[in-house]
Design a protein around this ligand. Sequence first.
Ligand code: SAM
Length: 288
Amino acid sequence: MNIYEETKFLINKYNISANKNLGQNFLIDENVIKNIIQVAEIDKNDLVIEIGPGLGTLTSKLLEKAGKVIAIELDKKMVTILTDRFALYENFFLINEDVLQVDLNKIIKEEKIANGNVKIVANLPYYITTPIIMKLLEEKLNIESITVMIQKEVADRLTELPGGKNTGAITYCVYYYAQAQQVLLVPNTSFIPIPKVNSEVIKLNIRKEPPIKIQDEKEFFKIIKASFMQRRKTLINGLSNAGICSKEKIKEILYSLELSENIRGENLSIEQFAQIVNSLNKNKLNNY
Ligand code: SAM
């Protein structure tokens, strides 16, 4: 049976229909799966955490390569199928929970294989791609890489260099924590049901050290997010509207950094953002 026939067979056998609210689009393209496995560079010492295994199409290939696979699936119907399907696999563990609620640091501490790495691999549910990626990065997990399929448009933003044309607040966050690359463009016909948009496999290699030193990461990303809340606004208007500081203060800082008053957040490099945040913090301290 090929992957398409297998998927159809499971859907009929368990009498399920894809749940749109849970972003269920099942992969039916053998080559895409091969490509994901190859790019993720999995070996027998690795613990792989798969988010949203669904019917288990990608999972079955991960189980052949990895030392251990921990799959996190929210949908109880999928859990029934996965439990039947992989009952005989000793390296398969399933968690029936919302991935956003799972304590991944604890799992990794307890389940990582000695001398091995931890890798995240997934065809992500698109309705929560950004919160999942932010969680994986901001929780500073002891992981080596994240190989995921996501919406093409989101992939462009995540893999852009800060200051490039697809820059969003998340671009800075991804760049700070990881080196990102686009791997494979995947047409919407590689899934059932067929989604409206095309997809892209991306790989994030987690950095051992951040590319720049930032005193207060929380404050740094808060200010970046605030300046992207109103995308078409200048940095001055964005930050003052968000209540971060007065227009005069930010004007002064931009002047001291020799940046234009009309500059927008998306035009700033990560270093320039860091300089602005550091100046804002210095001003705050001077005001005490
Ligand atoms: N891995 C399968 C494949 O490639 O065919 C299914 C991928 S499908 C795009 C996304 C999967 O994520 C679905 O199985 C869905 O039930 C699951 N999911 C959705 N929201 C979730 C959440 N908050 N936590 C864990 N899994 C979730």
